[in-house]
Design a protein around this ligand. Sequence first.
Ligand SMILES: O=C(O)c1cccc(C(=O)CC[C@H]2O[C@@H](n3cnc4c(=O)[nH]cnc43)[C@H](O)[C@@H]2O)c1
Length: 244
Amino acid sequence: MLIATAVPVERDAVAQAFGGISPGSDDAALGAVGRAHPFRTGGTTAHGWTDVIDVGVGPALAAASVASALTAAALQGTPYDLVVSAGIGGGFQPDAPVGSLVVADEIVAADLGAETPDGFVPVTELGFGTVRHQPPGDLVRRVAEAAGARTGAVLTVSTVTGTAARATALRERHPTALAEAMEGFGVAEAAGAHGVPVLEIRAVSNPVGPRDRAAWRIGDALAALTEGFGKLVPVLESWNRHDQ
Ligand SMILES: O=C(O)c1cccc(C(=O)CC[C@H]2O[C@@H](n3cnc4c(=O)[nH]cnc43)[C@H](O)[C@@H]2O)c1
């Protein structure tokens, strides 16, 4: 399994749930993504090992980093069979309070499209590409149950929402959205290109809405990430894509 966080503190929060903090690795597949201290579990389960890597902020860098890691692992003959995008995120209020966990039942590119006089039009309506990925429903349910998480759409944005108007517009376009972050769709595109299932798990660090940096609770969200992963690791490790 490959778990992709944006930044090292998120990687370390997830790695703690596996019993370690970024010991570093000279593994060639992980080195290929250019990250200094990837975390690799001992590989003691029947399902092999889990790598936790920080892939950078934003959908483009996340996609490039994850695609590199997936390609390198496949070329080594040890392909990953599940990719998880994980980290902190903004929560739509009141449904996803700060400190809560959200598991994506849909990973949606919320600002990939065109602005028109009639409003936002997604690229799919312009005849291009895709704007959503669907994680395996059974795995989403099991993981959310184990971690005590809510399930809903997680939006990927290139600009952190900073106004109430923008939060309302996003929620109107995506009524099932619980959270927004900046990497999930990029990670999902890379996983999709390799035919590998994807999950997104976010710990809410701040409300989506008017920019109020003082209201961000990054420490609490990182703690929730560690606690949540502690509960769901057995589910992730035992999941087999043929269970679907
Ligand atoms: O606006 C600021 O002052 C500010 C301070 C620290 C960090 C940021 C970020 O933009 C971090 C983005 C990073 O964290 C994820 N994230 C967390 N909350 C949100 C959100 O409400 N909307 C989008 N992304 C969020 C994101 O996945 C990035 O990895 C800003």
